[in-house]
Design a protein around this ligand. Structure first.
Ligand code: NAD
Ligand code: TYD
Length: 349
């Protein structure tokens, strides 16, 4: 089987590529990525020489390029992760999200439809999406697969649109598709613009740890390797045409999470307990900040037997240790353009 994984140099994509390359030596894995600021081939150093792995640098917004790729490589399946993924960037520059997340996804759907020519036997389009498409919860309740879409940010609106297009290609053209909507991921190789790696970076360097608003917003956190395992299970055993929610049953208020992270960092850095908490700084809230995400994954857990393999305390310690042992990675990604992003994003808060 020839599988095209898009966005494989990014955070989640790199864990999915590694899992598939190592676990399925008989599959040919093609990683198509344009290498934006979030894409980094260093994430895949350990598998780049494997015989069943090929990197293709390309842009999913380029329709003609995709048609050539599909004609040349004759992919059997696609796992689509390439996206613009950061809510704050979608607020300051929404058009890139429309281009990549909406137009890019439609280009890929069309490339599959044209290349497969209606012969869909053994073919699959797997679309990786987010729980943010469901909007914002109050104090009670969970997102299920039948929760009505209610996206609030340019990011979640662009992902919601892409989900709708994927389902439209299933219903209209019979394209075999699967979708999953996952909660917030954390773990190694996470770009330090998102909450957990940004806080680790700040705590390590003794800089303020910015918490938006009162820190009362709630997210449901899943260790990234568990998301990659869920994608493997759904890819192989999920029902065509179906959607699966993926989550960690692990809700945290941002402030509680950051306090725990400060304590773990103190422990790992040999600092006196309480030192890092002093860095916590409440800053201006994000516009349209979704209050709470929480996901019901019982369809995936009971139907396909998946469950998270690590607790949050274990996953957070593994994550902190990875960042402390990979200082060069952090230094590389926080040099250059990152500095400008950081000062623009946080100087006015
Ligand atoms: P990321 O930003 O770390 O990586 C995205 C990757 O896509 C990068 O390698 C980037 O270079 C690539 N890319 C961007 N534009 C491209 C283009 N035009 N052509 C080709 N490649 C392009 O994102 P992530 O956090 O790994 O998220 C991956 C997917 O999972 C996204 O679709 C996201 O919506 C979804 N998701 C993320 C989370 C999360 O917590 N991070 C949760 C649920 C779902
Ligand atoms: P983030 O990691 O950007 O993921 P998402 O917005 O997709 O959930 O943010 C997680 C939560 O942390 C969210 O409620 C916003 C908040 N946050 C901060 O408080 N400070 C920060 O510097 C960042 C980046 C996020």
């Amino acid at each position: 089987m020839k599988i095209l994984i898009t966005g494989g140099a990014g955070f989640i994509g790199s864990h999915v590529v590694r899992l598939f390359v190592n676990k399925y030596p008989n599959y040919q894995i093609y990683n198509l990525d344009i290498l934006t600021y979030a894409g980094n081939l260093q994430n895949l150093k350990d598998i780049e020489d494997k015989g069943n792995y090929t990197f293709l640098r390309g842009d999913i917004t380029d329709k003609a390029y995709l048609e050539h790729m599909f004609a040349d490589y004759k992919f059997d399946a696609i796992i689509h992760l390439a996206a613009e993924s950061h809510v704050d960037r979608s607020i300051s520059g929404p058009m890139a999200f429309v281009q990549t997340n909406v137009i890019g996804t439609v280009n890929l759907l069309e490339a599959c439809r044209c290349a497969w020519g209606g012969d869909y036997y053994g073919k699959l389009f797997y679309h990786v999406s987010t729980d943010e498409v469901y909007g914002s919860l109050g104090e009670e309740g969970l997102f299920t697969e039948s929760t009505a879409y209610d996206p609030r940010s340019p990011y979640s609106a662009s992902k919601a649109a892409s989900d709708h297009f994927v389902r439209a290609w299933f219903h209209t053209y019979g394209l075999p598709v699967k979708l999953s909507n996952c909660s917030n991921n954390y773990g190694p190789n996470h770009f330090p613009e998102k909450l957990i790696p940004l806080a680790i970076h700040s705590i390590k360097s003794g800089k303020p740890v910015p918490v938006y608003g009162k820190g009362e917003n709630v997210r449901d956190w899943l260790y990234v390797e568990d998301h990659a395992r869920a994608i493997d299970v759904i890819f192989h055993r999920g029902r065509v045409g179906d959607t699966y929610n993926v989550g960690g049953v692990n809700e945290w208020r941002n402030i509680d999470l950051i306090e725990l992270l400060c304590d773990v960092m103190d422990e790992r850095l040999g600092r006196e307990n309480g030192t890092s908490r002093k860095l916590i700084t409440f800053v201006k809230d994000r516009a349209g900040h979704d209050a709470r995400y929480a996901i019901d994954s019982s369809k995936l857990m009971q139907g396909l037997g998946w469950e998270p393999s690590v607790t949050f305390e274990q996953g957070l310690r593994k994550t902190v240790d990875w960042y402390l042992q990979n200082e060069q990675w952090l230094e590389n990604v926080t040099s250059g353009a990152y500095q400008q992003y950081y000062s623009e994003q946080y100087s006015t808060r």
